[in-house]
Design a protein. Structure first.
Length: 528
């Protein structure tokens, strides 16, 4: 089974499985297809994280394929410019793209088919064209309005001077050439040679610092997932520099409340979700960072005792205006998510992103892809855990997830959308485990999103406790109950800001997979 946010990508992933490819082969092929068909969210100019369930060894493997900041750019140079934050767009925000190295690491360990075969379908469609789907077309038009003047953007992504509309064909011969170089030479095809030279010229020619040496020395890292328990399940996330442990912190806090005794979507239910988020996100802003540069107290943050202390801060009747981070001293976007599963029981939970739509807006025109803007997520306060430093990985929002029971990995899932990701994952899981929803219904259900917490960049919280955004579907009684508790409410007309969800559930009793992919994206789940 394959679940992605774009139909052609799902089709390509399933075709790889039919040919005898592994779940990892299908994930790489589908991700390559998404880089072509959904450049609004992902591509080879971005980063990647994955968790792989290896059925033979009954073990999960985590991969952090996020890139680092330029070695040639010291913090002092940014401060000399008078910057308080790194700009969200432009070449200064570009960090090393880690996705291609991530593909190569995954394939070397778990691939079956030749690597070139996995990129071949996307190369073909890049040359022949594909029809742009509806949700992606809307994001493309929005990105074009903002980024049309950035280097190389219009040349690649605005044929005829505009973004392609839904149902129109789009071709990217330049990306086909890039994929061919990667297919023939692996990681060297991207991190050395013509593509690396083009990235350097594009970035440094437009005021940035990333260069070929940064690309050459980049390597992904295999990491151990971090876990907690919730309602008899183990939930697993990757450790920082990502925000995955925020999911575990929120679940630990919520475990102390009998959610299943509450009415789903009631003010009581939503209030607890929001308050748990506020607590976890203050810790996220204070502690989450590259563990190679700072000691992140992960074990303490995800412990049940720490959660109990944080849970005691929640007033069931009053919204917290701006909670502080805890004492966790050691001892103290836009994105694509996909899931794949093969006939042998192997499963992949993979997420990949350029961040903020097309990323930095800076586009490597000779090879048809944009560059991410993850560097904008650094803090510029020298004493902050997430402070900028050369060769450091920035705080990251994209988080793949797994859930296990009795030693078996059963659920690969994720929710796209920057700070919505931990909130969305928690809502999906509690929908399933507390309210008994099906895999599909758990994702389709209306979501709540809180904004206004302290940011990992050092930006302070919004006064008054931030804003609660609600999708259509919650009743007036719930809204009034939240307002009485002191929440500032904003009802949302659209659904794009509430993430996009895919999942695959392994049903051991019946020997089959269940898949889900919801209405906020263009894609679907399919299998055979």
């Amino acid at each position: 089974m394959v679940a992605t946010s774009q139909p052609l990508a799902t089709e390509i992933g399933v075709a790889v499985l039919r040919r005898g490819g592994s779940a990892v082969d299908a994930a790489i092929a589908a991700n390559a297809a998404l880089g072509l068909t959904e450049p609004t969210s992902c591509g080879i100019g971005g980063d990647l994280f994955a968790i792989v369930w290896d059925a033979a060894s009954s073990r999960l493997h985590g991969l952090n394929a996020s890139g680092r900041s330029p070695l040639s750019l010291p913090l002092e140079r940014l401060l000399e410019r008078g910057l308080e934050l790194i700009p969200e767009r432009g070449a200064l925000a570009v960090s090393v793209p880690g996705a291609v190295d991530g593909w190569c690491e995954l394939h070397a360990r778990f691939g079956r088919l030749p690597f070139a075969d996995l990129l071949a379908p996307s190369i073909e469609h890049a040359r022949a064209g594909f029809l742009v789907t509806e949700v992606i077309a809307a994001s493309w038009a929005s990105g074009a309005r903002e980024l049309h003047g950035y280097p190389g953007f219009a040349e690649v992504f605005m044929p005829g001077g505009r973004a392609p509309a839904a149902g129109e064909p789009f071709l990217n011969e330049r990306l086909a050439r890039a994929y061919e170089l990667i297919a023939s030479a692996g990681r060297a095809g991207f991190y050395d040679g013509a593509i690396a030279a083009a990235i350097e010229q594009c970035v440094r020619g437009n005021g940035g610092y990333l260069g070929r040496e940064d690309l050459r020395v980049h390597r992904s890292e295999w990491v151990e997932p971090v876990s907690t328990t919730y309602r008899g399940w183990s939930v697993l996330e990757l450790p920082p520099n990502g925000q995955g442990i925020a999911v575990l912190q929120m679940l630990n806090v919520l475990e102390g409340f009998e959610l299943r005794s509450l009415e789903w979507g009631s003010a009581e239910h939503l209030h607890l979700l929001i308050e748990a988020k506020k607590l976890a996100f203050e810790d996220r802003a204070r502690f989450y960072a590259d563990p190679e540069f700072t000691a992140v107290p992960v074990e303490r943050l995800v412990s049940k005792g720490y959660a109990a202390a944080r849970r005691a801060l929640i007033d069931p009747q009053v919204a917290a205006p701006a909670p502080a981070h805890g004492d966790a001293a050691a001892g103290a976007g836009d994105t694509v998510y996909l899931a794949t599963a093969d006939a042998d029981g192997n499963m992949v939970s993979l997420i990949q992103s350029n961040y903020m739509g097309f990323g930095s807006g800076v586009t490597v025109a000779p090879f048809g892809f944009g560059l991410q803007n993850r560097g904008s997520q650094f803090a510029l306060d020298p004493i902050h855990a997430n402070a900028y430093a050369p060769g450091k990985r920035p705080f990251h929002t994209i988080i793949p997830a797994f859930a296990m029971r009795e030693g078996e990995a059963l659920l690969a899932f994720g929710v796209m959308g920057a700070a919505m990701q931990p909130q969305g994952q928690v809502q999906v899981l509690t929908n399933i485990l507390d309210f008994g929803m099906s895999l599909q219904a758990a994702g389709d259900a209306p979501r709540v999103r809180h904004e206004g917490s302290t940011e990992p960049t050092g930006a302070p919280p919004v006064a008054g406790g931030g804003t609660v955004h609600l999708e259509p579907g919650f009743d007036a009684v719930a809204l009034e109950g939240l307002r009485r508790r002191g929440h500032r409410i904003e009802e949302a007309g659209g659904r794009a800001a509430f993430g996009g969800y895919q999942a695959i559930l392994r049903d051991l009793r019946r020997g089959l997979y269940l898949g889900a992919s919801e209405s906020r994206k263009d894609g679907h789940a399919a299998g055979y």
